[in-house]
Design a protein around this ligand. Structure first.
Ligand code: AMP
Ligand code: ZN
Length: 462
C-alpha cells in the first residue's frame, strides 16, 4: 500500500495528512487567478503549474476535484496597501483600449497559455466583474457584524477587531503598531484594507458600480472570499496561490470570511514559491518580464518550461536561467525519445512496484523531482519495454508532458535532394550502376541517406 497523501499547510505550518472535508465527495480547490491587465509572465505560470500538479495528484489519489479559479478584472491596485491606481484602468491607458477590452484580451491570452502548458481547465473560471452583487452582499454582512468603517475614500476592514488577524503570515502586529512609521491616512490600523473603494469625486471610471455605500468598485480581496463562498461554500478543502499572497491577500481573505461566517475559509493553505530571474523577483509591474510566447519564439517547446518546473519542489524558489531551460529541453527530449522507442503495441498494466514508489513521492507533499527520478529509473530499467512504456504513460497523468502524443517529426527533404533521389531511382532502374553510385554520394554529401525500397525509396537525414 502506498503512503497516504500529505500536504504542507501554511496555516498550521505543518505537513498534514490530506483528508477531504466531505468523504466521498468532491475536493474543493480554490486558486487565485491572474490579474488581466497584461500578459502573464512565466513566474505566474510556475504557480499555475504547481496548482495543476496538485490537482493531478489529488486525482491520482482517486479524488474528484472541483477547481475554482477567479479572474481579477477589477480592484487590484498598484499598491497592496490600497493606494495607487487600479491596474486595469492603468493598463487601459497604456494600451489605448478600454478596461473591458484588455480584460478580455489578456483573459484569452491566459487561457491559450494554459492549454499550451497542458494545464487542465478549472471547473469554474469566474470573473470578479460578474460577481459584484455577491461582493456587495459579503461586505454588507461584514458591516452588519461590526468589522468595517467608512473613510472618505471607501469602506475599510478593521483588522484590530480580530485577535487572530494575520495568523496565516504570523504577522507581528504589535511590532507594526509600535513602529508606526507608515502613513495610514484615515485608516485606523496599518493592516486595515479596503472592502469597497469610492470612485474619486469628479472621476468617471470605466469600471464602477452602485452600492449601498456609494458608487465605486470592490477591493481586491473581497472577490476571492465572495466567489469561493459562492462556488465552494463557507469552508472548503484547499486554497492556493503564490507566496506573495500569504501576508496580504490570503490574510485578508481569511479575515473577511471569518468576520462573515467564522471560518478560516479553507482547511489547507498552500503556496508556490517564486520563480526568480537573476535571483530577483520576476514581476509584471517591473516592466520587463518573460512571457511564454517569448520562449516559444526562441525555439523552445513550451513543455520544456513545464519540465523545468517539475525539477524543483514547489516550496523552494527557483531561479530561471536559459541554461536551466536548455537542460530541461534536453531532458524532455530524451524522455520523449525513450518512451517513443519502447514497444508501442502490447497493452500491459503499469508496474505495481514502481507505481507505488512514484505514489509515495508525489504523496510526500508533491515531491515531483523525486517522482521524476523514479520515471528515469523506469525508462532505463530492465523490465519489458511494453511495461516500462505503460508505467511511464501512467506517471504522465501527473507530469502532464504529453508523452503518449509525441512522435519524431518526419523531415521533408528539400526539392534539390528529392531531385537527386529521383535521378538515382531512374539510374538504378536503368541499371546504370556507376551513375546510381555517384548520385548516392551526392545525396550523402547533402546530408541525406537514401534507402532503396521495392516500390521506390525513402529519404532519411544522416
Ligand atoms: P497576478 O496576475 O499578479 O495576480 O498573479 C497570478 C499568480 O502568480 C498569483 O498566484 C501570484 O502569487 C503568482 N506569482 C506572481 N509572481 C510570481 C513569480 N515570480 N513566481 C511565481 N508565482 C508568481
Ligand atoms: Zn485571491
Amino acid at each position: 500500500m502506498p503512503n497516504p497523501l500529505r500536504l504542507y499547510d501554511n496555516f498550521t505550518r505543518s505537513l498534514r495528512k490530506f483528508e477531504p472535508l466531505e468523504p466521498g465527495g468532491e475536493v474543493g480547490l480554490y486558486t487565485c487567478g491572474p490579474t488581466v491587465y497584461d500578459y502573464q509572465h512565466i513566474g505566474n505560470y510556475r504557480t499555475f503549474l504547481f496548482e495543476d500538479l496538485l490537482k493531478r495528484v489529488l486525482e491520482w489519489n482517486g479524488y474528484r476535484v472541483r477547481h475554482v479559479m477567479n479572474i481579477t478584472d477589477v480592484g487590484h491596485l498598484t499598491s497592496d496597501a490600497d493606494t495607487g491606481e487600479d491596474k486595469m484602468e492603468k493598463g487601459a491607458r497604456r494600451t489605448g483600449k478600454s478596461a473591458w477590452e484588455i480584460a478580455q484580451l489578456y483573459t484569452d491570452a491566459f487561457r491559450a497559455d494554459l492549454t499550451t502548458l497542458n494545464i487542465e481547465d478549472p471547473s469554474v473560471l469566474c470573473r470578479a466583474t460578474d460577481h459584484i452583487p455577491e461582493q456587495i452582499a459579503f461586505i454588507a454582512d461584514i458591516e452588519k457584524n461590526g468589522y468595517s468603517y467608512r473613510t472618505s475614500d471607501g469602506i475599510y476592514f478593521d483588522t484590530s477587531k480580530q485577535p487572530d488577524y494575520g495568523y496565516l503570515a504570523r504577522l507581528d502586529l504589535k511590532g507594526q503598531e509600535a513602529g508606526k512609521r507608515v502613513d495610514v491616512g484615515e485608516k485606523r490600523n496599518p493592516t486595515d484594507f479596503a472592502l469597497w473603494k469610492f470612485s474619486a469625486p469628479g472621476e468617471k471610471r470605466q469600471m464602477e458600480w452602485d452600492s449601498p455605500w456609494g458608487k465605486g468598485f470592490p477591493g481586491w480581496h473581497i472577490e476571492c472570499s465572495a466567489m469561493a463562498q459562492k462556488y465552494l461554500g463557507d469552508y472548503f478543502d484547499i486554497h492556493c496561490g503564490g507566496e506573495d499572497h500569504i501576508p496580504v491577500h490570503h490574510t485578508n481573505e481569511i479575515a473577511q470570511t471569518e468576520a462573515r461566517v467564522g471560518t478560516r475559509l479553507a482547511n489547507f493553505w498552500m503556496h508556490a514559491y517564486f520563480l526568480l530571474s537573476n535571483d530577483a523577483k520576476m514581476a509584471k509591474s517591473a516592466g520587463e518580464f518573460l512571457r511564454l510566447a517569448y520562449l516559444v519564439d526562441r525555439g523552445y517547446d513550451p513543455l520544456a518550461y513545464r519540465y523545468l518546473c517539475l525539477t524543483a519542489h514547489y516550496r523552494g524558489q527557483l531561479n530561471f536561467t536559459w541554461d536551466a531551460l536548455d537542460a530541461a529541453a534536453v531532458a524532455l527530449d530524451r524522455m520523449r525519445q525513450g518512451v517513443y522507442a519502447l514497444a508501442q503495441t502490447d497493452a500491459v498494466a503499469p508496474d505495481p512496484k514502481l507505481t507505488e514508489r512514484f505514489t509515495n513521492e508525489i504523496n510526500d507533499d508533491l515531491n515531483i523531482p523525486r517522482a521524476l527520478a523514479v520515471a528515469w529509473e523506469t525508462l532505463r530499467g530492465d523490465s519489458p519495454p511494453a511495461s516500462r512504456r505503460a508505467t511511464l504513460l501512467h506517471f504522465d497523468q501527473v507530469f502532464g508532458l504529453r508523452l503518449a502524443e509525441w512522435a519524431p517529426k518526419q523531415e521533408v527533404a528539400p526539392d534539390a535532394v528529392t531531385a537527386l533521389a529521383e535521378a538515382r531511382l531512374r539510374a538504378r532502374r536503368a541499371k546504370e550502376w556507376a551513375e546510381a553510385d555517384r548520385l548516392r554520394a551526392d545525396l550523402r554529401a547533402a546530408g541525406w541517406e537514401m534507402e532503396d525500397r521495392p516500390d521506390g525509396y525513402a529519404l532519411k537525414r544522416k
